[in-house]
Structures are given as C-alpha cells and as structure tokens.
Ligand binder design. Structure first.
Ligand code: LLP
Length: 433
C-alpha cells in the first residue's frame, strides 16, 4: 500500500487508488464521471483535531460551509456538535435542512440583505459578524422592527498579511472585508447605543490557505489590543472569533496542524489574560479539503507532433471534468494533484507530460499543466484535495450539469447528490411568444 502526501485516507493498493479502502475507478464506473467522492472518516478526523485542541474551554467550532455545503457534509458536522459559519440566507436554509442548529450559527459576509437578516433573526442565529458601519445601522433597524435582538461581533480587519494568494487574502487594508482596526473602537461605541443590538464578541478572519502560524498570532495580538480598549470603554466582549483559513497540503505545503495552530493561539490568549473568553473558530478548507477527490475520465489524448512541440505545442489530455466542475485552477492558477486511478505496468503505457484540460470552450479551462501521467483514453483520473471549494464553486457554464457527489462512510457508499440533468438546468427558463 502506498500513501499519498497530505491524504492519509487515499492509498494505492495493488496499483489501484482507494479512498478508505474503496476502489475509485469502480466508483467512477458505477456513478459516472465527473464525480466528487468524499471520505466521512477524513472529515471527522479533521474536525476532531480542532475539538481536541479546544477541549476544556468554552468554544464554538463553526464549519465555514462555503467550502463544501452538501447536506450530508453538514449533517456529519452537526452530529459532531459543530456550528456553522454562513454567508447567505441560502446557507442558513441548508444548515436547517441538514439538522444543524441556528443557535450555533455565525453569520459572516459584507453584503447581508435585509431579507437575510430577517431570516437569521427569526431562526435565532448565535451572532452576526458585522463588516461595516452601514451594515450595523441596517441590522439595528431590522432587529428593532422585528423586535428580536441581534447579537453582534464586529469583524475587524487587523491589517496583517496572511501571505497567501491575493484573491484569498482578506486581512489587509485594501480588502473589502471587515472594519478598519483604527475605526473599530468608535464603531463598538456606536453599536452599544444603537437599538436592537447586543454586542457579544469580536471577529477576525485574515485569509485562506494560510500555511504559517505567525500571521494568526499577529492578528490575534491586534484583536486582543482592541478587546482591551473596547472593554475599557465599558462594552464587554464575551467571545473571540478567530476565523478560519488554515491551509492544507496540495503539493509540498507544510501548514501547522490544527492542534499546533490552535494551541499556539490559546497560549497567547492565556498569556495575555483572556483565557476566560469563549473561542469561536471558522475553519472550512482544513475540515474537508483533503477528504475529497474529483474523479474524471480521460476522453481523448491529443499529443502534439514533434514539429508542433518545437513551436510551443503541448500534449493535451482532454477529460470530462472542466472548469465548471472545479474552478480553482482556472481562477487562482491553483495547483491540485492529479493521479491515475489505476496504474498501468510501466511497460504497457509510458508516462508522459500532459496538460489536463476540460471540454469547456475557454483556454483557461485546465485542471493541471505539465503533469506526468501514464494515461490512456478511457482511464479514470483523480484530482486530489478537491473536497473544499470544488463543488460549491461549480457552475453550469456550457450547459453542463453539475457532478454527482458520493460519500464513503463506514464501508458504505452513499450518493449524496444526484448528477444534474440538462432538463433541470433550464427548467426555470421560459420561451417568449
Ligand atoms: N470565515 C470567513 C469569514 C471566510 O471568508 C472564510 C473563507 C472562512 C471562514 C473559511 O476559510 P478556510 O478555512 O476555508 O480557508 N475559493 C477559495 C477560498 C475562498 C475562501 C473564502 N473565505 C479557494 O478555493 O481557495
């Protein structure tokens, strides 16, 4: 058995790739491709690491469900007692449909609508993470009108560099997120006087796919400075929401473990005398990313001829998954591992460098470039670490139905989302006379 880096639940057994012991090529054949496959055990293990690190102190672990919002995934985490970090009314409805509790939900996002606020207030969410003065005023107005108090935290922007991709870095001054650190004190004072609001905490999230501990500690220090100043003003802060963002291993990244990161943060919190506060965390990717793969079939091989190669031609492996199924490579030039589900004996199929591309009509439609693969048409490939920001970012571009999703749990395979049919895609459209 050969294990793969960053994915302890994936292994080659006699040259066949398995996830929790299930043969992936066989799953692809049974359910069709493109197919997302998740390991429930891998998700539970990842959540357990956070829970262990938080043991013995008041906490709320809120899964940032934008990473993967399949109902079965939410159900799994809800059963472990997790709460959820949501960014829309739609996400709240998913939480409720999956059996999650609104009382364990924090509502983040820069653009909450009045209708979403009403829904969240009536559902009884734990806290609104407010991101601007304008939002604070609207929330006060809505909560007063509905006669339901809104518990609020201000999301502060600590102006630290998370040293990650600019599209997923959120804690710098130039980002649209949160309230500037030097404005936060005045805004807390204002929050205290506005009707309908109850200040309960402070919130901070500096970015995603963060692979170092230092940016977290820098942000934490800034947040604690602010907590001290806010409390000196007479407003008490019950909880510290320290966001999500812990990275995973796609290739050779070596992020701290959840235990190490949370341990370091708690140590700093205690050292500064804030150990009595409830700790909220909002991890997304690190709970689900390495628990999933995207299976795709190689449809056609389109190797470049020698003369074409000399002029910049490339070898293309055209697969049935595309940027609409998995957008990360096209959007962020993200590197995601791609491996064969069945390894051919070396003397039958030679390994060659392929650009793995989808059928969508865009040059940006690629899943991986210059990947060494021993592949034949009809083979199944697996894109690794696809459990986070894969399916949730999928679209219907080119009128492609979204992929099916299955979850492996305790030796059984569950179809947790059916493949979308073209008829479903245009069911809401109308012809005109
Ligand atoms: N909390 C807030 C307020 C967030 O905005 C996010 C992610 C999280 C928590 C969870 O962060 P995580 O633990 O997953 O890093 N689509 C991008 C990632 C966007 C992240 C957006 N916010 C990607 O595929 O890399």
């Amino acid at each position: 058995m050969i294990s793969l880096p960053g994915a302890p639940h994936l292994a080659y057994t006699q040259n066949r790739l398995t996830l929790d012991g299930m043969d992936l090529q066989a799953l692809g054949a049974q359910y069709g491709t493109p197919l997302y496959v998740y390991s429930a055990a891998a998700m539970r293990t990842a959540a357990q690491a956070y829970l262990q690190a938080l043991q013995g102190r008041p906490h709320l672990l809120c899964y940032a469900m934008k990473a993967n919002s399949n109902l079965a995934v939410l159900q799994l985490f809800a059963r472990m007692g997790l709460g959820f970090d949501i960014v829309s009314g739609g996400e709240l409805q998913r939480v409720l449909a999956a059996g999650g509790q609104a009382a364990k939900v924090v509502f983040s996002g820069v653009g909450k609508t009045r209708a979403e606020m009403v829904l969240a207030l009536h559902s009884g969410v734990r806290c609104f993470n407010v991101e601007s003065e304008a939002e604070l005023r609207v929330l006060s107005e809505v909560a007063s009108r509905e006669n339901l108090p809104a518990r609020v935290s201000l999301r502060v922007n600590p102006d630290v560099d998370a040293r990650t991709h600019p599209y997923i870095s959120t804690g710098l001054k130039g980002n649209k997120f949160g309230v500037a650190h030097d404005r936060a004190l005045a805004l807390y004072a204002q929050a205290r006087t506005l009707p309908g609001l109850q200040v309960v905490g402070i919130d901070c999230h500096i970015g995603s796919q963060i692979t170092e501990t230092d940016p977290y500690l820098d942000a934490l220090d800034r947040v604690l400075d602010l907590v001290e100043a806010v409390e000196a003003q007479g407003t008490s802060i019950h909880h510290l929401d320290l966001g999500g963002g812990l990275g995973i291993t796609y290739t050779d990244e070596q992020p701290p473990s959840a235990q190490a990161l949370v341990g370091a943060m708690l140590q700093r919190i205690d050292a500064r005398g804030h150990g009595h506060r409830e700790i909220f965390l909002e991890p997304g990717r690190s709970l689900v990313g390495n628990a999933g793969v995207l299976l795709t079939e190689a449809l056609y091989l389109k190797p470049a001829q020698a003369d074409e190669l000399a002029q910049g031609g490339r070898h293309f492996c055209i697969v049935d998954a595309a940027m609409n199924d998995l957008m990360r490579p096209a959007l962020y030039e993200a590197w995601m591992g791609i491996v064969e589900c069945v390894r051919h004996p070396a003397d039958t199929v030679a390994s060659q460098t392929w650009d793995v591309v989808g059928p969508v009509c865009e040059s940006g439609d690629w899943l991986g470039r210059e990947r060494p693969l021993a592949v034949r048409a009809g083979d199944t490939l697996a894109v690794l670490s696809a459990g986070a920001y894969g399916m949730t970012m999928a679209s219907n571009y080119n009128t492609r139905g979204r992929a099916a999703e299955v979850m492996i749990d305790a030796g059984s395979v569950h179809l947790v989302r059916e493949r979308e049919t073209p008829a479903q895609l245009f069911a809401g459209e109308r012809l005109i006379r």
